[in-house]
Design a protein around this ligand. Structure first.
Ligand SMILES: C[S@@+](CC[C@H](N)C(=O)[O-])C[C@H]1O[C@@H](n2cnc3c(N)ncnc32)[C@H](O)[C@@H]1O
Length: 178
Protein backbone atom coordinates (compact mmCIF):
# COMPACT_ATOMS: atom_id res chain seq x y z
CA UNK A 1 0.00 0.00 0.00
CA UNK A 2 2.80 2.42 0.98
CA UNK A 3 4.62 1.47 -2.24
CA UNK A 4 1.51 2.29 -4.31
CA UNK A 5 1.14 5.62 -2.49
CA UNK A 6 4.77 6.53 -3.25
CA UNK A 7 4.27 5.60 -6.93
CA UNK A 8 1.11 7.75 -7.06
CA UNK A 9 2.89 10.74 -5.49
CA UNK A 10 5.83 10.36 -7.88
CA UNK A 11 3.54 10.05 -10.91
CA UNK A 12 1.58 13.16 -9.89
CA UNK A 13 4.80 15.06 -9.29
CA UNK A 14 6.05 13.90 -12.68
CA UNK A 15 2.90 15.18 -14.41
CA UNK A 16 3.39 18.64 -12.84
CA UNK A 17 7.08 18.70 -13.81
CA UNK A 18 6.16 17.45 -17.29
CA UNK A 19 3.76 20.38 -17.77
CA UNK A 20 6.47 22.79 -16.58
CA UNK A 21 8.99 21.17 -18.97
CA UNK A 22 6.73 21.96 -21.95
CA UNK A 23 7.66 25.62 -21.45
CA UNK A 24 11.40 24.90 -21.32
CA UNK A 25 13.77 24.69 -24.30
CA UNK A 26 14.06 20.93 -23.78
CA UNK A 27 10.50 19.64 -23.43
CA UNK A 28 9.70 16.07 -22.47
CA UNK A 29 7.93 14.98 -25.67
CA UNK A 30 8.21 11.37 -26.78
CA UNK A 31 8.48 9.92 -30.27
CA UNK A 32 5.11 8.41 -31.29
CA UNK A 33 4.90 4.73 -30.33
CA UNK A 34 3.85 3.77 -33.87
CA UNK A 35 7.32 4.78 -35.15
CA UNK A 36 9.30 2.69 -32.65
CA UNK A 37 9.72 -0.38 -34.93
CA UNK A 38 11.18 1.82 -37.70
CA UNK A 39 13.46 3.61 -35.24
CA UNK A 40 14.76 0.27 -33.92
CA UNK A 41 15.33 -0.89 -37.49
CA UNK A 42 17.19 2.31 -38.38
CA UNK A 43 19.44 1.91 -35.33
CA UNK A 44 20.71 -1.36 -36.82
CA UNK A 45 21.80 -2.82 -33.48
CA UNK A 46 23.79 -5.99 -32.87
CA UNK A 47 24.09 -8.26 -29.81
CA UNK A 48 27.17 -6.40 -28.54
CA UNK A 49 25.76 -2.91 -29.14
CA UNK A 50 25.64 -0.19 -26.50
CA UNK A 51 22.84 2.28 -27.21
CA UNK A 52 22.67 5.67 -25.46
CA UNK A 53 19.52 7.76 -25.78
CA UNK A 54 20.70 11.31 -25.03
CA UNK A 55 17.56 12.90 -23.57
CA UNK A 56 15.81 9.57 -23.04
CA UNK A 57 12.36 10.85 -21.97
CA UNK A 58 10.20 7.95 -20.78
CA UNK A 59 12.74 5.47 -22.20
CA UNK A 60 10.43 4.12 -24.88
CA UNK A 61 13.11 3.90 -27.58
CA UNK A 62 15.38 1.95 -25.23
CA UNK A 63 12.62 -0.43 -24.10
CA UNK A 64 11.58 -1.10 -27.72
CA UNK A 65 15.20 -1.67 -28.78
CA UNK A 66 15.88 -3.92 -25.77
CA UNK A 67 12.89 -6.07 -26.72
CA UNK A 68 14.42 -6.70 -30.13
CA UNK A 69 18.02 -6.98 -28.85
CA UNK A 70 17.90 -8.44 -25.31
CA UNK A 71 21.67 -9.02 -25.15
CA UNK A 72 22.67 -5.46 -26.01
CA UNK A 73 23.17 -2.68 -23.41
CA UNK A 74 20.90 0.38 -23.14
CA UNK A 75 21.53 3.63 -21.26
CA UNK A 76 19.11 6.53 -20.98
CA UNK A 77 20.39 9.96 -19.95
CA UNK A 78 17.94 12.67 -18.99
CA UNK A 79 18.52 15.72 -16.85
CA UNK A 80 14.90 16.13 -15.83
CA UNK A 81 13.23 14.49 -12.87
CA UNK A 82 9.88 13.59 -14.49
CA UNK A 83 11.20 11.51 -17.41
CA UNK A 84 13.67 9.70 -15.15
CA UNK A 85 10.92 8.82 -12.65
CA UNK A 86 8.61 7.60 -15.44
CA UNK A 87 11.36 5.52 -17.08
CA UNK A 88 12.47 4.03 -13.76
CA UNK A 89 8.88 3.06 -12.90
CA UNK A 90 8.59 1.45 -16.36
CA UNK A 91 11.88 -0.34 -15.72
CA UNK A 92 10.61 -1.65 -12.34
CA UNK A 93 7.35 -2.83 -13.89
CA UNK A 94 9.19 -4.58 -16.72
CA UNK A 95 11.11 -6.79 -14.31
CA UNK A 96 14.21 -4.61 -13.76
CA UNK A 97 16.19 -5.78 -16.80
CA UNK A 98 19.93 -5.60 -15.95
CA UNK A 99 20.90 -4.36 -19.41
CA UNK A 100 18.80 -1.15 -19.24
CA UNK A 101 19.70 1.78 -17.00
CA UNK A 102 18.60 5.39 -16.63
CA UNK A 103 20.80 8.14 -15.28
CA UNK A 104 19.64 11.59 -14.27
CA UNK A 105 22.37 13.74 -15.75
CA UNK A 106 23.06 16.53 -18.21
CA UNK A 107 24.24 14.83 -21.39
CA UNK A 108 26.72 17.65 -21.98
CA UNK A 109 28.49 16.37 -18.84
CA UNK A 110 28.11 12.64 -19.54
CA UNK A 111 30.77 10.19 -20.64
CA UNK A 112 29.00 8.27 -23.39
CA UNK A 113 32.21 7.12 -25.06
CA UNK A 114 31.28 3.42 -24.65
CA UNK A 115 28.32 3.92 -27.03
CA UNK A 116 28.26 2.07 -30.32
CA UNK A 117 24.89 3.68 -31.10
CA UNK A 118 23.34 7.02 -30.16
CA UNK A 119 19.71 8.07 -30.45
CA UNK A 120 18.56 11.68 -30.08
CA UNK A 121 15.28 13.55 -30.38
CA UNK A 122 16.23 17.07 -29.38
CA UNK A 123 16.32 20.49 -31.03
CA UNK A 124 18.78 22.24 -33.35
CA UNK A 125 20.48 24.11 -30.46
CA UNK A 126 21.43 21.04 -28.39
CA UNK A 127 22.40 19.10 -31.56
CA UNK A 128 24.90 21.80 -32.57
CA UNK A 129 26.29 21.89 -29.02
CA UNK A 130 26.48 18.10 -28.81
CA UNK A 131 28.38 17.65 -32.04
CA UNK A 132 31.87 18.69 -30.81
CA UNK A 133 31.38 16.55 -27.68
CA UNK A 134 30.38 13.59 -29.84
CA UNK A 135 33.44 14.16 -32.02
CA UNK A 136 35.68 13.97 -28.95
CA UNK A 137 34.01 10.98 -27.33
CA UNK A 138 32.69 8.66 -30.00
CA UNK A 139 34.67 5.93 -31.69
CA UNK A 140 34.86 5.52 -35.43
CA UNK A 141 31.89 3.53 -36.69
CA UNK A 142 29.44 4.70 -34.01
CA UNK A 143 25.99 5.04 -35.50
CA UNK A 144 23.92 8.14 -34.67
CA UNK A 145 20.20 8.26 -35.37
CA UNK A 146 18.53 11.59 -34.78
CA UNK A 147 14.81 12.21 -34.98
CA UNK A 148 13.85 15.43 -36.79
CA UNK A 149 16.92 17.48 -35.87
CA UNK A 150 20.24 17.36 -37.70
CA UNK A 151 23.85 17.51 -36.60
CA UNK A 152 25.79 20.34 -38.29
CA UNK A 153 27.34 17.85 -40.77
CA UNK A 154 25.90 16.08 -43.81
CA UNK A 155 23.91 12.98 -42.90
CA UNK A 156 24.48 9.61 -44.61
CA UNK A 157 20.84 8.84 -45.23
CA UNK A 158 17.37 9.54 -43.92
CA UNK A 159 14.18 7.66 -43.21
CA UNK A 160 10.72 9.21 -43.34
CA UNK A 161 8.40 8.07 -40.57
CA UNK A 162 4.77 8.29 -41.64
CA UNK A 163 3.29 10.32 -44.45
CA UNK A 164 5.15 13.61 -44.99
CA UNK A 165 1.85 15.40 -45.67
CA UNK A 166 0.77 14.43 -42.18
CA UNK A 167 1.79 16.85 -39.38
CA UNK A 168 2.79 13.91 -37.18
CA UNK A 169 5.36 12.65 -39.71
CA UNK A 170 8.99 12.61 -38.62
CA UNK A 171 12.37 12.15 -40.23
CA UNK A 172 15.29 10.13 -38.98
CA UNK A 173 18.77 11.40 -39.90
CA UNK A 174 21.46 8.73 -39.93
CA UNK A 175 25.18 9.36 -39.34
CA UNK A 176 28.24 7.18 -38.90
CA UNK A 177 31.26 8.57 -37.02
CA UNK A 178 34.24 8.66 -39.40
C1 LIG B 1 11.93 15.48 -27.08
S1 LIG B 1 12.32 14.54 -25.61
C2 LIG B 1 12.82 13.00 -26.33
C3 LIG B 1 12.55 11.79 -25.46
C4 LIG B 1 12.96 10.44 -26.03
N1 LIG B 1 14.31 10.44 -26.54
C5 LIG B 1 12.02 10.01 -27.13
O1 LIG B 1 12.42 10.07 -28.30
O2 LIG B 1 10.89 9.61 -26.85
C6 LIG B 1 13.88 15.30 -25.15
C7 LIG B 1 14.36 14.90 -23.78
O3 LIG B 1 15.69 15.42 -23.63
C8 LIG B 1 15.86 15.80 -22.28
N2 LIG B 1 17.00 16.75 -22.27
C9 LIG B 1 17.07 17.96 -22.89
N3 LIG B 1 18.27 18.54 -22.68
C10 LIG B 1 18.99 17.67 -21.92
C11 LIG B 1 20.32 17.67 -21.39
N4 LIG B 1 21.14 18.70 -21.58
N5 LIG B 1 20.73 16.60 -20.69
C12 LIG B 1 19.91 15.54 -20.48
N6 LIG B 1 18.63 15.47 -20.95
C13 LIG B 1 18.18 16.51 -21.66
C14 LIG B 1 14.51 16.37 -21.87
O4 LIG B 1 14.31 16.30 -20.48
C15 LIG B 1 13.54 15.46 -22.64
O5 LIG B 1 13.10 14.38 -21.82
Amino acid sequence: MAFLFIILVLVNLSVIIYIISLFSKSPFISVPKKFLPEIVKALDLKEASVLYDLGSGDGRVLFAAAKAWPKAKFVGIDKNFAPIVVSKVKWLLSGMPANISFIRQDFFKTDFSEATHIFTYLFDGPMAELYPIMQKQLRSGTRIVSCNFRLPIPHQSEVVLGNLEDKAAKKLYLYKVA
